[in-house]
Design a protein around this ligand. Structure first.
Ligand SMILES: Cc1cc2nc3c(=O)[nH]c(=O)nc-3n(C[C@H](O)[C@H](O)[C@H](O)COP(=O)(O)OP(=O)(O)OC[C@H]3O[C@@H](n4cnc5c(N)ncnc54)[C@H](O)[C@@H]3O)c2cc1C
Length: 309
């Protein structure tokens, strides 16, 4: 089986989510990559070095500059004439493009796969991760999105894929890129961080989040996260949200501070290797998944912990 993997990149480097998608794709057969964008020579070179990659298709065209699915999906559908499966990381971009590809191919997408059980058989979470379904496709072509935390990352070096240009591509004229405001941060990215410190509603304000959560994250070199309640209350920006409707993370260590452990939050972090919970309510559901739990008032416990690191 020949797979075509969507390469997630920022214009200069391949993003980690791609590496997990490559591992998933390698379980199906030969791995080809697709690098789309404008001026993406550097990304294509880096992609060709990913271990196990046979070929890198490079679609370098102004129409693909901002990954508008309306422009990118028809090009991918064309490439699928010579591939059996399209595999994208289950990221914002992957989830934006894959359904349109599936629609153009008239097949059903299988979303957020956790494992590859056979040529056309996969597991995926349902009911916010409370049950795992095994699904089998009877479609001629597969369109899959891959949960990054469920697969090891392929090695970023050691490969020698052949780079091949994809001809054509045009602006479909039904959408246009208006602008992007990219938050710049010295911190590790939430989905690839080794340590995450998340704060919940208990913090009460953005000032308290800054005062209590940020210094601990600084000491640990951690990414910052939050529950939806903290995001909805405006303590932190939307892209901090961990959970069913936020980011899915699985760091080495996850701190849940003043977070109750609602099922929708757990859906985003329960695969973390070590979960540390600080909550003043000993019956909080977060303690059921925590490896280390501290029943304490966060406003005293966290500064004390921070001062001792
Ligand atoms: C469709 C849907 C999707 C959702 N998606 C998400 C999602 O992606 N992510 C997400 O997080 N939520 C999501 N939610 C919301 C979720 O159900 C919860 O409402 C939310 O996670 C609660 O956030 P919280 O734990 O910060 O707040 P709360 O549930 O209010 O918990 C606050 C906790 O802080 C503790 N506390 C209070 N004061 C202190 C103190 N001084 N010291 C220590 N502990 C203290 C309390 O004991 C309590 O356990 C979703 C809900 C729905 C319906």
């Amino acid at each position: 089986m020949k797979t075509l993997v969507w390469v997630e990149h920022d214009g200069s480097a391949v993003k980690d989510a791609t590496l997990a998608a490559v591992t998933a794709a390698s379980k199906l057969g030969e791995v080809h990559l697709l690098v789309a964008g404008e001026g993406v020579d550097g990304v294509a070179k880096a992609a060709a070095e990913i271990a196990g990659v046979g070929k890198v298709h490079v679609a370098d065209n102004a129409a693909f500059a901002h990954n508008l699915p309306e422009n990118v999906a028809p090009m991918i559908a064309g490439l699928m004439a010579s591939h059996d499966a399209f595999v994208a990381p289950a990221t914002t971009t992957g989830k934006n493009i894959a359904p349109r590809v599936a629609a153009l191919l008239d097949v059903m997408q299988i979303s957020d796969i956790l494992s590859v059980e056979g040529d056309k058989s996969f597991t995926r979470p349902i009911y916010a991760g409370n049950a795992i379904a095994t699904v089998e496709s009877s479609d001629a072509k597969l369109v899959l999105t891959v949960r990054g935390t469920a697969f090891e990352k392929a090695a970023a070096s050691g490969g020698s894929g052949a780079v091949e240009a994809v001809d054509g591509g045009s602006d479909a004229g039904i959408s246009s890129f208006v602008g992007a405001e990219i938050a710049k941060s010295e911190r590790p990215e939430l989905t690839s961080a080794k340590v995450i410190v998340s704060g919940g509603r208990a913090l009460g304000s953005s000032e308290k989040y800054e005062e209590v959560i940020v210094p601990l994250a600084d000491k640990l070199g951690a990414a910052l996260g939050a529950s939806r309640a903290a995001v909805d209350a405006g303590y932190v920006p939307n892209d901090y949200q961990v959970g069913q409707t936020g980011k899915i993370v699985a760091p080495e260590v996850y701190f849940a501070i003043g977070i109750s452990g609602a099922i929708q939050h757990l859906a985003g972090m329960k695969d973390s290797k070590t979960i540390v919970a600080i909550n003043k309510d000993e019956d909080a559901p977060i303690f059921q998944v925590a490896d280390l739990g501290l029943v304490a008032d966060l406003f005293t416990a966290v500064p004390e912990l921070t001062s001792k690191i």
